[in-house]
Design a protein around this ligand. Structure first.
Ligand SMILES: *Cc1c(COP(=O)(O)O)cnc(C)c1O
Length: 370
């Protein structure tokens, strides 16, 4: 049997480095509640991402959900968003009592199509929530000008874009807020974790309140908050991983370059775009198959790869506007481009320690066996 290759593998620091990082926790016995690791990681991330304001959270999803909540939108308001995303984006909107209004994506980079946003704006629209999918940066200029014209907030799901810049600017600076995920499978991880980056200082207190029960002092509770704190062990993992993240991105880049070299010559396979002005993080390697030209469809390719012990992921399939858990019923025919990509896309294995020999083996199967 061939060696198994999973679609992703978490990046972790050398074990002794992590142990050294957490040693002080045995002295202080301070395990959570915004201890020194949390404070330090928050500062280091603000510097690394080049953002003014950042609030760490327990995970990416709660960053999105609580970020939306502190905006204080009226229940039943509408948020224009993309169905071509992870469950989290759409669930966060719905769990806030808001209604997602799905806009189609662009065929070139799979991000929300700004030309189709304005037709969806109603008197109930309060925000636009795009996703920088696969690390492809949305058309931030066009989205910004639509939002300003109509007085809407822009909240970016930036879970895929850790460390990316556009025209030299950290991606967390676009829109009113950006949400990052530091989940184990992401380019940078804190095991579980996330963050909200934001411009307006007024959100600082409300985000802090909402992640820590609204507690201001031992006898002072000023807001109806919950609990979404990042603990000291997760923050310590973040401090270690942050030291190695540039190196990890360099290794991912080599993997992606090898894939591109081998697969760009094959008919019926569309690789991800390379956007002008973007410093990439090489988070994912999505491939869109055209079954007419390639000869096999996406599901068949996934099965063949699995036969060789190679994992791949239909990321994102199904579209979030086809979930049956929503009280409103949506129609994926309204987002035909997103539907076609979702039906034909497969993410190939990609992680920092994936060897180039393994990439060659995967490419050989796709080139010859399919
Ligand atoms: C990972 C991810 C999230 C959720 O982040 P968690 O840290 O897993 O909660 C949200 N949106 C997108 C696009 C993601 O990929």
């Amino acid at each position: 049997m061939d060696k198994k290759i999973l679609v992703t593998q978490s990046t972790i620091p050398p074990m002794d480095e992590y142990i050294r990082e957490i040693e002080s926790l045995w002295e202080t016995k301070w395990l959570t509640n915004m201890g020194s690791k949390h404070v330090q990681l928050q500062q280091e991330l603000a510097a690394y991402l080049g953002v003014e304001n950042i609030e760490l959270m327990v995970n990416g999803h709660m960053s999105i959900e609580l970020g939306i909540q502190v905006c204080g939108f009226e229940r039943g308001s509408e948020v224009i968003t993309t169905p071509f995303t992870f469950t989290s984006t759409t669930h966060a909107i719905v769990r806030n009592g808001l209604k997602p209004v799905f806009c189609d994506v662009k065929p070139d980079d799979y991000t929300i199509d700004p030309e189709k946003i304005e037709a969806l704006i109603s008197d109930k629209t309060v925000a636009i929530m795009p996703v920088h999918v696969y690390g492809n940066i949305c058309d931030v200029e066009a989205i910004d000008s639509i939002a300003r014209k109509h007085g809407l907030k822009v909240l970016y799901d930036a879970a895929h874009t850790f460390g990316e810049t556009y025209k030299g600017k950290g991606v967390g600076n676009f829109g009113d807020m950006s949400f990052f995920s530091f989940h184990a499978t992401k380019v940078f991880n804190t095991i579980e974790g996330g963050a909200v980056c934001f411009h307006d200082e007024k959100y600082k207190q409300s985000l802090y309140d909402i992640k820590n029960f609204g507690i201001h002092g031992p006898e002072e509770v000023k807001a109806v908050g919950g609990n979404a704190k990042m603990n000291e062990f997760c923050a310590s993992m973040g401090l270690c991983n942050l030291r190695h993240v540039d190196e990890a991105i360099e290794k991912r880049k080599k993997v992606v370059e090898r894939y591109r070299e081998k697969l760009s010559v094959i008919d019926g396979i569309k690789l991800n775009v390379v956007q002008d002005g973007v410093k990439q993080n090489y988070a994912y390697f999505p491939v869109v198959f055209d079954p007419e030209v390639y000869g096999k469809n996406r599901d068949e390719v996934q099965e063949i790869l699995a036969g060789y012990g190679i994992g791949s992921r239909k990321y994102f399939y199904p579209l979030t506007n086809s979930y049956d858990c929503y009280e409103w019923k949506f129609d994926t025919a309204e987002t035909p481009i997103a539907k076609s990509i979702s039906d034909n896309v497969l993410c190939l294995p990609l992680y920092a320690d994936l060897s180039l020999e393994d990439v060659d083996r995967i490419c050989r199967i796709i080139t010859e066996k399919c």
